[in-house]
Write a protein that binds this ligand. Structure first.
Ligand SMILES: [Zn+2]
Length: 89
């Protein structure tokens, strides 16, 4: 499986098979959100929108309840928001 990352007018593909590769994808998404803000990542058939939460709109992960300070992920069809670790596990 691969993860397709797109942001602005760029993007690329990362391998997403082993736990180590998934960790790299998660770290990349968080890092990219911190620097460029919004991006999208497609893993398999799931397209995740990655947004940077604002201070006046705090968000917690729907699965682990961790406060999301840098990257909040949600699919286009759902309001539920997840951290990178839960979304891209
Ligand atoms: Zn989480």
């Amino acid at each position: 499986m691969t993860a397709h990352v797109t942001f602005g007018n760029g993007g690329f593909v990362l391998p997403d098979g082993t736990p180590y590769e998934r960790q790299i994808v998660q770290d990349y998404v968080v890092d990219q959100a911190r620097h460029t803000g919004n991006l999208r990542i497609r893993v398999g058939r799931t397209l995740w929108m990655v947004e940077r939460p604002s201070d006046d709109r705090p968000v917690v992960c729907a699965r682990c309840r961790r406060p999301l300070k840098v990257a909040a992920l949600h699919t286009s069809g759902s309001e539920a928001t997840y951290c990178a670790a839960c979304a891209l596990h």
